[in-house]
Design a protein around this ligand. Structure first.
Ligand SMILES: Cc1cc2nc3c(=O)[nH]c(=O)nc-3n(C[C@H](O)[C@H](O)[C@H](O)COP(=O)(O)OP(=O)(O)OC[C@H]3O[C@@H](n4cnc5c(N)ncnc54)[C@H](O)[C@@H]3O)c2cc1C
Length: 470
């Protein structure tokens, strides 16, 4: 067993939480190492999550557009063909560029990358089973658990990553399945379902609840369901999968109404299980060290990302809060700053969430349902993209912007966008909320014409009943 000299911070896990924390800590002068058990840096996000899924979404969108979306612009394209291996190779090269980019940043900031699987032996002591063989003991003042999450399995349904796949298998299928069933109507299921639908699969989404995108504003869910149905995605809502039996030919699924009732079977080619993610803390030795977990298996932390054991901290998907890369990143920065004696902080009221389907759906702050539940009086300003000049020029008029503002103060409490580039458009409203903007502030801000952002200004004007273009 080799022993390393002491660090200020050892980060376990190099996802967007861990690698960003390591870089910020190094910037602040802390001697930092990061242990990663995967071959490459970047965690779920860069290797099997955000980045490869967005690469496939982008490529499949181009494929669909070339085949179906250009004629109305007066562009005739004949003989559009899918080269799936080339599309996958493009996705893989995007992943490599990103993961090697993190390796470059580690070198630049003199962060030691320890390749292996970490276990916390004691506060201040991390033991690493090295990839190359052998063990290494690493002493450190602080330990950061940034071990992220993994797909939640569905009881009784075994993932083989061939016929019954997780999101990881869904990012690298070798051929386009004839009929793909996605179990779970959350953002991962809808994004991957969209990819394979555009590439030619018949796609059915089975969701236990009676709506897709639970957690998003109800109106967003409804409109997204309608728009995705128009693209040929079928939905079986209020339905549960009770069995999935793989065979040479495919998979036989047994479905039942969620509320109980007669079951039916469905023979399909591939089943993607996307029912959520759970924290990944197994094997870290948390029980032995006494680190407390909450009722959902997440590491319990205080407002400063400290666990109940001094010197052990946690961030990202491994702790409470939305399982999103940018939330993990911001926590990583805040934690590093706190360790360096600064006032690191994350505003959990202004964390955007984006579904990168077509059109995109993006959200920040509270939904109408949440405001009603909390008995908060609010005003609604809405504006459809069908009345936005730029969206018309792009022939992308589906969707709307909706701003929810406090009835008394006009302060923006939530904003929801369905439409082209919604994931980018929401940034203006996130920034507004970060600065406690009133709808009036957005309404009085000059927006370039003609842009999609003008729909945001119009929605802000509509909060007070004075939208111009509708
Ligand atoms: C298909 C898919 C698409 C997604 N798309 C988006 C998106 O568009 N936008 C978004 O915001 N989020 C998206 N997410 C979620 C996002 O990937 C996660 O929220 C984010 O990666 C969490 O970051 P993290 O740093 O907490 O953990 P992770 O990224 O999960 O990284 C944790 C790392 O820790 C390592 N590790 C674990 N245990 C040990 C150990 N004992 N020793 C050493 N290393 C260890 C793991 O190998 C892993 O590399 C997506 C996820 C999936 C699956």
């Amino acid at each position: 067993m080799s022993e390393t000299e002491g660090y200020d911070l050892v980060v376990i896990g190099s996802g967007p939480g861990g690698y960003v924390a390591a870089i910020r800590a190094a910037q602040l002068g802390l001697k930092t190492a990061c242990v990663e058990k995967r071959e490459t840096l970047g965690g779920t996000c860069l290797n099997i999550g955000c980045i490869p899924s967005k690469a496939l979404l982008f490529s499949s969108e181009r494929f669909h557009e070339a085949g179906h979306g250009l004629a109305r612009h007066g562009i005739k394209v004949a003989g559009v063909e899918l080269d799936l291996p080339a599309m996958m190779a493009q996705k893989d090269s995007v992943v490599t560029a990103n993961t090697s980019g993190v390796a470059y940043l580690f070198k630049k900031h003199k962060i030691d990358w320890i390749k292996g699987t970490a276990r916390i032996a004691a506060p201040g002591l991390v033991e690493v089973a090295l990839k190359q063989g052998g063990q290494q003991q690493v002493k450190t003042r602080h330990i950061l658990i940034a071990t992220g999450s993994e797909s939640t399995p569905l009881p009784g349904i075994a993932i083989d990553e061939q016929r019954i796949i997780s999101s990881t298998g869904g990012l690298s299928l070798p051929s386009v399945p004839k009929h793909l069933v996605v179990i779970g109507g959350g953002y991962i299921g809808l994004e991957l379902g969209s990819v394979w639908r555009r590439l030619g699969s018949e796609v059915t989404v089975v969701e236990f609840l009676d709506r897709i995108l639970p957690g998003m504003d109800g109106e967003v869910s409804k409109v997204m369901e309608r728009l995705l149905r128009k693209q040929g995605i079928a939905f079986k809502l209020g339905t549960k999968v009770t069995a999935a039996v793989p065979s040479e030919a495919g998979v036989t699924l047994t479905l039942e109404p969620a509320k109980g009732g007669a079951s039916e079977t469905l023979a399909v080619d591939v089943v993607l299980v996307a029912v959520g993610r759970r924290p990944h803390v197994e094997g870290l030795g948390l029980e032995a060290v006494g680190v407390a977990l909450d009722e959902r298996g997440r590491v319990k932390t205080d407002g400063h990302y400290a666990t109940n054991i001094p010197g052990i901290h946690a961030i990202g998907d491994a702790i409470a809060g939305p399982m999103l890369a940018h939330k993990a990143e911001d926590e990583g920065i805040a934690l590093a700053e706190i360790l360096a004696g600064q006032a690191g902080h994350v505003n959990y009221d202004a964390i955007p969430g984006v579904v990168y389907t077509w059109p995109e759906a993006a959200s920040v702050g509270q939904t109408e349902e949440q405001l009603k539940e909390a008995n908060i009086a609010y005003k609604v300003g809405k504006f459809p993209f069908s009345a936005n000049g730029r969206a018309r020029a792009m022939a992308m008029t589906d969707g709307f912007v909706k701003i929810l503002a406090d009835q008394a103060t006009d302060r923006i409490l939530g904003a929801h966008v369905v439409g082209p580039e919604a994931g980018d458009l929401i940034a203006e409203l996130v920034l507004g909320m970060e600065f406690s903007a009133a709808a009036e502030d957005i309404a009085r801000t000059c927006h370039a014409h003609p842009t999609l952002n003008e729909a945001i200004k119009e929605a802000a004007l509509a909060v007070d009943g004075r939208a111009i273009h509708i």
